[in-house]
Design a protein around this ligand. Structure first.
Ligand SMILES: [Mg+2]
Length: 368
């Protein structure tokens, strides 16, 4: 099998008013979504979508076109390890998101050529796993409670609160959620790099008392000594490493310094499935979980379910709210949470989704 063409297009991704992420200065502008298509000489195509609400695809499209496309034409998609190394060597120019978009399409192409779903190619560990919802930022406690209660009624098992980032109010919201949802509902709080050490300690102690599963990213992303101190003083799990771009090696100090209770990662920003699997296995060797950051778009969320189903040391799939915004771009195969709060990998070949041709026809802005 040989790659004969790499098609790239970008479509606008309108964020309807009712779905805008609310909260302090969080009126998100419209964004755009990229569609990458690897065409093989045997007629199979490998596809991926890239771009997220905070990182429009148009940021990365010129890098993929300029630096990565020339490396792919004529290559055999079965040699993913060699190709990933080749693509990673260009990350100094392209960033890892561009590499991730290509890596996902390579796996999808291989799955289609091999007539197997992605989870079977990787090696399945489980049939299904629980999803949890990740909140927007609200100014008031009310919407968090309403949202989480509604999800619980639909069968969801977990909720991550992104609070307004004033420690007293944040802890009050966290306690209200615990009272409303009962003791068995999985709850976490994500600080998104917003607190200092003192506030993080205060919050961590409070969350520990109301049985939160973990405190996520309380300190700034690279404050590894601060995280080390937090972990030594708190009973609750403290989890970092979700979002920064970086290679497998970037996890090493976090593991060796015991600065995070679990490793986290994003399939787009870490360089694709090839990179995520290595990082998850690194965590496994140290008895740590590897928890997946939500994918940024509907395609990557579907990929996350496949990966989660293949990792012994992953417990959950994260899905960002509001739901309609994040389903954009797929005609079929968006992740569905069932009445028991579980998600299952697609059964079609490769990732097992169908990109919405309408989106990339009527909303197309640019072809690269
Ligand atoms: Mg997070």
């Amino acid at each position: 099998v040989k790659i004969v063409a790499v098609d790239l297009s970008v479509a606008s991704w309108p964020i309807a008013d009712g779905a805008r992420l609310p909260g302090r200065s969080r009126e998100w502008p419209d964004t755009d979504l990229g569609y990458l298509r690897l065409v093989s000489d045997e007629g199979f195509t490998g596809e991926s979508l890239w771009g997220a609400l905070d990182t429009p695809a148009s940021l990365d499209a010129p890098h993929i076109a300029r630096w990565l496309r020339p490396l792919l034409v004529g290559e055999d998609p079965r040699q993913r390890e060699r190709l990933n190394a080749k693509l990673m060597s260009m990350a100094r120019y392209t960033g890892y998101r561009a590499v991730g978009a290509v890596d996902l399409a390579l796996w999808d192409l291989f799955g289609k050529a091999a007539a197997m779903p992605l989870n079977q190619l990787i090696g399945s560990y489980r049939e299904a796993l629980p999803a949890y919802a990740s909140s927007q930022i609200f100014d008031e406690p009310g919407p968090y409670l309403e949202q989480a209660m509604e999800l619980k009624e639909r069968g969801w098992r977990g909720y991550k609160v992104h609070p307004p980032k004033t420690p007293n109010d944040d802890l009050a919201i966290a306690r209200d959620l615990r009272s409303a949802l009962g003791e068995h509902f999985m709850l976490t709080l994500d600080g998104a790099w917003s607190y200092g050490l003192k506030d993080a300690l205060y919050l961590g102690r409070g969350l520990s008392e109301c049985a939160y599963e973990w405190l996520e990213d309380p300190l700034r992303q690279d404050d590894i000594y601060g995280y080390q101190e937090l972990r030594s003083k708190l009973d609750i799990a403290v989890v970092a490493t979700e979002q920064p771009e970086g290679t497998l090696e970037s996890y090493v100090p976090w593991v060796l310094m015991r600065a995070t209770s679990a490793l986290r990662g994003d399939v787009a920003t870490r360089g694709g499935i090839t990179a995520i699997l290595k990082a998850a296995h690194l965590a496994e060797a140290f008895g740590m979980n590897y928890e997946l950051h939500y994918g940024g778009n509907a395609f990557n969320d579907a990929v996350n379910v496949h990966i989660g189903a293949c990792l012994k040391n992953t417990e959950y799939v994260e899905l960002q709210l509001p739901e309609p915004v994040h389903a954009y771009g797929l005609a079929e195969g968006s992740v569905v949470v069932d009445a028991y709060g579980m998600v299952r990998p697609g059964v079609g070949h490769g990732v097992g989704v169908t990109v919405d041709p309408e989106v990339f026809c009527s909303n197309k802005t640019t072809t690269f």
